[in-house]
Ligand binder design. Structure first.
Ligand code: ATP
Ligand SMILES: Nc1ccn([C@@H]2O[C@H](COP(=O)(O)O)[C@@H](O)[C@H]2O)c(=O)n1
Length: 668
């Protein structure tokens, strides 16, 4: 997951391959609560692991449900209708799918059995209306107090005397989650008589109610329906755990990849989406119809989709999106690639989601250069005719971040000069799809020259590795420690007894090294050699063999292969001069030999390795001399490098300086 302050996306050009999507948020949180209310154990497979499900799991744990991991499944041992904890303060982040159903379930339980529960969330949660649900529950006889502003969380649920002698009435035109919440809680009120719930006003987001009804069925509750206006839970209904239940992949998350295929995949290499398909019970699967109307070519199986571009530019749409409120945001970005203005209607619910999504989408699309018209319940987006480099504000809204990543393909629009795109606070995708950007980068392609590289070269122990790792972390970029390749060759040569003067033998060894890099670890075949690579004898051997042109050539392509989306920070001796001469920023890092010897000395001592400062200074000077004087790729600053002497700088100050130089080269 990207936890950086921003993520820069270079211009993207195509997409191919296969993605497996995380579980549906809507299904995950419904299943968790139903499992928590049922008696016995429910083994939940393919559960979404995200911010919103974590708050639900934590709430269930606080309420006394058993939560255990069994392999990759989560086992919930439910309450069986009996409260074991009568008091709790539950923090539910910004998860509407946790807040609304828990309010209903705990209001009913505390009314029937006594108890006092406080439910709160992040500040935005306290701006998301819940008054219609509270009114319905109060109408039943539940006691609920607002702890902040009337009509909004936080709330206190403090008992009461719930009765179902009259139908429960709830508004359906603000959020369908209110009805979902009541449907999931209703079985607890059905011991004596049926529970009838009547919807006041036009019910929005009906497909989400369909999910609720289907999942209630799986848990033994057979709701009788009167169209979309009234629902009856029969008398004597009781939650029954299905034992095992599988969560299908998230259809709303699939929308980004369906759109990606429509924009950037061709028929010879379509984009394949695993985990959700034609048999999905999620309403957002209907996004596929909208994408097809815009020109996508889609094939599907029960739990997979395959998508590629059909019409280009895409065809403009005028669509009532009430049935796909979440996925419709993706259409707003697809509209940039259409042949005319696209209007998305009946989307008033966008205004009370994680943020005011109509305002957010309009503001950010305009930043890119698009013409946008917004109304109370619609948005019209015109295709891009000009484009600007833009830093997209994401409003702590996962869907804003995910759908705007698709704007990075604007270079595919005829006549547009591609511009970099910045997604601010990319971590917000953790709400439903923590690995969204990693998944995107696994299938998206950019021109190699467009993938930014920042190089840090310099002599031994100048702090290149430390600086490079920190800068890569701040930017969310990949990291290449090129010295590790030379060290691995040296280690393999020492262990195989290859002579330090045998250039051809060393080059052959380098070319065939079974090397694998993981964060903070380097593997040689099945062995973790991270510590061995830092040995002084290995460093000395690396310094000798790195002078051979054939060895350098053997390692060249491996280094180039590190240039992957979204970008690379590379440290070594010749990163800026030879391997990545087109790097966006080249830093040449130095420190006095004494300072460097002292740092290396401390580094070794801290690892429990004894070392002599004078010997270290001598070795280091010898190694510098060898690196500087060799004929191939000698250690020297690139002509366009920024020089940084960090003898008197802290690590933090060095990192800040490099990030400042980087920022100066960015258009944001
Ligand atoms: N600016 C700095 N101030 C103080 N210590 C630093 C600074 N930069 C790095 N160091 C410390 O110096 C030591 C050597 O740093 P590092 O391993 O990053 O150097 P390097 O140039 O990558 O070395 P090598 O070329 O041998 O791989 C580490 O212990 C690191 O914490
Ligand atoms: N791009 C590079 C990186 C390293 N070397 C040589 O490898 C030795 C070990 O490198 P460290 O950065 O891990 O110390 C080093 O002494 C260099 O001789 C290189 O040539 N080019």
């Amino acid at each position: 997951m990207y936890t950086t302050a921003f993520l820069d996306l270079p211009p993207l050009r195509s997409a191919a391959g296969s993605v497996r999507l995380p579980g549906s948020k809507s299904i995950s949180n419904r299943v968790l609560l139903l499992a928590g209310l049922s008696a016995g154990r429910t083994r939940v497979h393919d559960l979404l692991d995200s911010d919103d499900t974590r708050v639900m799991i934590e709430a269930l744990r606080q309420l006394g449900c058993g939560i255990e991991h069994e392999g990759r499944a989560l086992v919930v041992t439910g309450l069986g209708g009996r409260l074991v904890t009568r008091q709790a303060q539950l923090f539910l982040g910004n998860a509407g799918t946790a807040m609304r159903p828990l309010v209903a379930a705990l209001a009913v339980l505390s009314g029937l059995q006594g108890g006092r529960f406080e439910l709160s969330g992040v500040p935005r949660m306290h701006e998301r209306p819940i008054g219609d649900l509270v009114d319905a529950l109060r109408g039943l006889g539940c006691q609920i107090d607002y702890l902040g502003q009337d009509g909004y969380p936080p709330l206190r649920l403090a008992g009461g005397t719930p009765r179902v002698d009259a139908p429960i009435r709830v508004r359906g035109d603000v959020s369908s989650q209110f009805l979902t919440a009541l449907l999931m809680a209703a079985p607890m009120l059905s011991s004596q008589s049926p529970v009838r719930i009547e919807v006041v006003g036009e019910l929005i987001s009906k497909p989400y109610i369909e999910i609720t009804l289907r999942l209630l069925e799986r848990f033994g509750i057979h709701v009788q329906r009167d169209g979309w206006q009234a629902f009856t839970v029969p008398a004597g209904s009781a939650y029954r755990s299905p034992g095992d239940i599988h969560v299908e992949a998230d259809a709303s998350s699939a929308s980004y990849f369906v759109a990606l295929g429509a924009i950037a995949s061709d028929a010879t290499a379509p984009l394949r989406i695993e985990g959700v398909g034609a048999d999905s019970i999620q309403g957002d699967i209907r996004f596929v119809d909208a994408a097809q109307a815009m020109g996508a070519v889609v094939r599907s199986g029960p739990n997979w989709l395959e998508v590629h571009r059909g019409a280009w530019p895409l065809r403009a749409l005028d669509l009532d999106c009430n049935h796909i409120p979440d996925a419709a945001m993706t259409l707003a970005v697809m509209a940039l690639y259409a042949d005319g203005p696209t209007t998305l209607r009946n989307i008033a619910s966008w205004r009370v989601k994680e943020t005011d999504r109509i305002a957010a989408m309009a503001t950010e699309l305009r930043k890119l250069g698009a013409e946008v018209v917004e109304g109370a319940d619609f948005i019209t987006v015109h295709p891009l005719r000009e484009v600007r480099a833009a830093a997209i504000h994401t409003y702590d809204d996962h869907r804003v971040a995910m759908c705007f990543s698709l704007a990075a393909f604007h270079g595919l629009v005829a006549g547009l000069e591609p511009q970099p795109l910045r997604i601010l606070d990319p971590r917000c995708v953790a709400k439903t799809f923590p690995d969204y950007f990693e998944t995107l980068f696994a299938v998206a392609r950019a021109a190699t020259a467009d993938i930014p590289v920042l190089t840090i070269d310099g002599p031994t122990a100048s702090g290149k590795g430390t600086l490079a790792a920190e800068v890569a972390r701040a930017l969310g970029y990949h990291l290449l420690d090129s010295g590790a390749l030379y060290r691995a060759t040296a280690l393999a040569a020492l262990e195989a007894g290859v002579d330090a003067d045998d250039e051809a033998g060393l080059a052959a060894l380098a070319a065939g090294l079974p090397l694998r890099f993981e964060p903070d670890h380097v593997w040689l075949a099945a062995r973790d050699v991270s510590d061995d690579l830092r040995r002084e004898d290995v460093g000395a051997m690396a310094s000798r063999i790195s002078a051979f042109p054939a060895v350098r050539e053997a390692l060249r392509q491996r280094q180039l292969d590190f240039r992957r989306l979204p970008g690379l920070v590379a440290d070594g001796r010749d990163m800026g001069t030879v391997i990545f001469p087109d790097a966006t920023l080249k830093v040449f890092l130095t420190a006095s030999a004494e300072t460097r010897a002292d740092r290396r000395h401390k580094q070794l001592i801290s690892k429990g390795i004894s070392a002599n400062l004078a010997t270290l200074l001598q070795d280091l000077q010898a190694r510098d001399a060898r690196d500087r004087s060799r004929s191939t790729a000698p250690l020297k600053p690139a002509e366009d490098a920024q020089l940084l002497d960090n003898s008197a700088l802290t690590i933090e100050a060095s990192v800040a300086q490099v990030l400042e130089w980087w920022a100066q080269r960015r258009p944001f």
